[in-house]
Design a protein around this ligand. Structure first.
Ligand SMILES: Cc1ncc(COP(=O)(O)O)c(C=O)c1O
Length: 407
């Protein structure tokens, strides 16, 4: 295990006060804080290296390109992809999902074809398919879930028809913390010749992901949810798929040759990276990954699991507490606890906890169909990261109890 006290010193924001109280930051599923090494690496690049990548013969451009491409290798190794050609830099999970939904639909789907997603998707894995559905008349099918927040993967097989062309499913629910059996979903999809995309926004920050072991065809993540900067993300795609998909946007380094008559495109990953990439952010993301690796991904997972189990135990002691997901018999939950106390509105809960210095998220968490399934409008959500402590959970529990006495 790593030294938590020392780790917290890497994140100066954690020692600030909010409303005159020590900050307790439990909104990590929305975005994580950044360690000094990430900020330093990006500052150093702007201070001493900055130049556009890929295009220059001059020294700075080559140095910036080296850092940018080294970041691609760091991501490749982090995800255990076969090759850096399978690592496309995006602006984040949302852009990765849109890229695949748009290009896949254009190239491989006809009116009446079907995509299967799950009942616990973030809007980012619903809306791109709905936009595609409007354009091409494709049909969205939804893997149901139990009241406890477990996906009914046993029903997936029977949902697949000759018209099904893709399965796109979240790895970990950002509301319930459910860790879905991604490997089983991929296996079932492949048995029917279907490509499978995994939304890794809430898995990559928390446990080891091996895309070759998962055998998924696409996997997407956001840098800002794993201690990296905002505005940078990753689309992993198997080479055979990235080769087959058409370009998403045009311009910049994605071209091979342009004339008025015809343009030819670069091979992946550049084919999908139109315009100047955020090469400082890619370096920042690589630094964040190395930071996580220096602590040990398994140690991060173990620490966050302990925190989640402790939080569940302590929060269940609170009278009138309802926790969504996390069936008692099962330890499938991952670093997220969505809750409701009696009939106290989640916005009131969040606002009053904020007065105590505690940052939680409130609302529908960009998962309105899931809220509909649960029959609610929203929840309060505490989500944990590698730097959180049990003492902070005690502060949260005391805070919730205090709020509860006000109603
Ligand atoms: C499961 C899941 N998918 C997608 C997203 C979208 O991520 P981003 O806003 O970084 O594109 C989120 C963000 O909360 C998420 O939790």
């Amino acid at each position: 295990m790593y030294d938590l006290k020392k780790v917290r010193e890497d994140f100066p924001i954690l020692s600030r006060k909010v409303h005159d109280r020590p900050l307790v930051y439990f909104d990590n599923a929305a975005t994580t804080q950044k360690p000094l090494c990430v900020l330093d690496a990006m500052r150093e690049e702007y201070l001493n290296v900055n130049a556009n990548v890929h295009r220059g013969v001059h020294y700075l451009s080559q140095q910036a390109t080296d850092l940018h491409e080294a970041a691609r290798e760091t991501v490749r190794e982090f995800l255990n992809a076969k090759s850096t050609t399978e690592i496309v830099f995006t602006r984040g999970t949302t852009e990765g999902l849109n890229l695949v939904a748009t290009t896949f639909t254009e190239a491989f789907m006809e009116e009446g074809d079907e995509v299967i997603v799950s009942a616990m998707e973030h809007h980012s894995n619903i809306v791109p398919w709905q936009i595609a559905a409007r354009r091409k008349g494709i049909v969205l099918k939804v893997i149901p879930m139990t009241d406890e927040g477990t996906l009914c993967v046993d029903q997936l097989e029977s949902m697949i028809t000759p018209k099904t062309k893709m399965i796109s499913c979240t790895h970990v629910s950002n509301v319930l913390g459910t860790v879905n059996p991604a490997k089983d979903i991929v296996r079932i999809g492949h048995a029917h010749g279907l490509p499978v995309m995994i939304d890794g926004a809430q898995s990559a920050p928390h446990f080891k992901v091996d895309v070759q072991d998962l055998d998924c065809d696409f996997y997407v993540l956001s840098g800002h949810k794993m201690y990296g900067p905002t505005g940078i993300g990753v689309l992993y795609g198997k080479e055979e798929w990235l080769d087959k998909l058409p370009p998403y946007q045009g311009g910049g380094e994605m071209i091979e040759n342009v004339s008025w008559e015809k343009t030819t495109f670069e091979r992946p990953p550049l084919k999908f990276e139109a315009g100047t990439p955020d090469y400082v952010a890619t370096h920042g993301l690589a630094t964040a990954i190395k930071y996580m690796q220096s602590l040990g991904i398994d140690n991060i997972e173990a620490h966050e699991r302990e925190l989640t189990e402790y939080a569940l135990k302590r929060m269940r002691e609170i009278e009138g507490m309802h926790i969504y997901g996390h069936p008692l018999s099962d330890s499938i939950g991952d670093a997220v606890v969505s809750f409701q106390v009696r009939d106290i509105h989640h916005m009131d809960m969040g606002t009053l906890l904020d007065q105590l210095g505690i940052a939680v998220r409130t609302g529908h968490h960009c998962a309105q169909p899931l809220m509909d399934r649960l029959g609610i409008l929203g929840t309060a959500r505490a989500s944990f990261a590698l730097y959180n402590t049990k003492e902070e959970i005690d502060v949260l529990v005391d805070g919730i109890k205090r709020v509860a006495t006000m109603f």
